[in-house]
Write a protein of this length. Structure first.
Length: 99
């Protein structure tokens, strides 16, 4: 699997740094990609956050979100993906730093 970073050049919405895609390079998902990840600057300014693909729906006029990528067994598996996405973004920043 590789992670492709797509920068948010427009700056809209505020705080959104980039989108990320998981590209599968082997196994049964080879040739497919999973989109819908986003990298955000934390509102407190301390660090970054990754949001996962989700589908929004409404219940009694209230907007809710249903996560599309969830742990099957190990609850820490999302943290591993989150860390990999943040590492890929840090590498992207380093590679594309303005001199």
């Amino acid at each position: 699997m590789t992670i492709k970073i797509v920068p948010n050049d427009k700056g809209n919405p505020p705080g959104k740094l980039a989108d990320a895609e998981l590209h599968f390079t082997s196994g049964p998902l080879e040739g497919l990609k999973l989109i819908g990840f986003a990298i955000w600057e934390r509102k407190s300014g301390n660090g970054r956050n990754v949001t996962f693909p989700a589908r929004q729906y409404s219940v009694n006029g209230e907007r809710r979100s249903f996560a599309l990528l969830r742990p099957a067994v190990d609850g820490t598996s999302q943290e591993r993906i989150r860390d990999l996405v943040l590492e890929a973004y840090a590498a992207y920043e380093t590679e594309h730093a303005v001199a």
